[in-house]
Ligand binder design. Structure first.
Ligand code: A5P
Length: 224
């Protein structure tokens, strides 16, 4: 993981922005650099409005004077920019390392285009090495945990400073350690039909453009 690569990828978003756009704003340490660049461009006169995916991004966007809209105020988002935890060659990924997967997926699926900014460590042959986050309503936490354990998915309740990590929706997160996910489409359905599961961090057929910081440069990979 390299901060320089994150910064290079984040700054490259300038190539994809134009006046009048409605943007989706992701969450995370790589997206931070993208938002910094968006903030600079807004300061220089870029006219955009944006929908945020987390309370952390709300605060940052406000500090950069990026005008925010509620998702209810927009029919469609032109471009959502976000980070990711892993991406494979089929443009499928895992997200939610920062815990914002639910709002991120809602915003991503309401967008005409999705662009991810990454450092080069996030590109993998097959996704699944990164623990897959599953957002669960509090009532079902123990119940869902037991089901995932029985399935052999090595669940762990996400913690933060000694307390259970709480999402912006007031839910908890269980991370499952799967190794390699051979069939992510089957896995997505299998997880989301468990009662009490709100969403999982598999982002399949969502991203269109991946901007990867690589050493001193940036590679742009587009889905055909
Ligand atoms: C937030 O919940 C996540 O989906 C992030 O977008 C993802 O974890 C990537 O974050 P970093 O850029 O901080 O690694």
């Amino acid at each position: 993981m390299s901060d320089k690569e994150k910064e290079l990828a984040g700054a490259k978003v300038s190539d994809f922005l134009s006046d009048g756009m409605i943007l989706g704003l992701g969450t995370g340490t790589t997206f931070f650099y993208a938002l910094k660049k968006i903030g600079e461009m807004v300061k220089e006169g870029l006219q955009i409005k944006a929908v945020s995916t987390s309370s952390a991004t709300d605060k940052l966007a406000e500090s950069y004077n990026v005008p925010l809209l509620s998702i209810d105020d927009v029919d469609e988002i032109d471009l959502t920019i976000d980070g990711a935890d892993e991406v494979d060659s089929n443009f499928n990924g895992i997200k939610g390392g920062g815990g914002a997967l639910l709002f991120e997926k809602i915003v991503a699926k309401s967008s005409k285009k999705n662009l991810w900014v990454l450092d080069s460590s996030k590109i993998v042959d097959k996704i699944g090495d990164f623990p897959l986050p599953i957002e669960v309503v509090p009532f079902a936490l123990g119940n869902v945990f037991k089901r995932l354990d029985k399935l052999g998915y090595n669940p762990e309740i996400r913690m933060n400073k000694g307390k259970k990590f709480l999402t912006d929706s007031g839910n908890y997160i269980i991370d499952v350690n799967l190794g390699i996910i051979d069939d992510p489409y089957k896995m997505e359905v299998e997880l989301n039909i468990i009662p009490g599961v709100v969403e999982n961090g598999l982002f399949l057929d969502i991203v269109d453009i991946v901007v990867v910081g690589k050493g001193d440069g940036v590679e742009i990979i587009r889905k055909e």
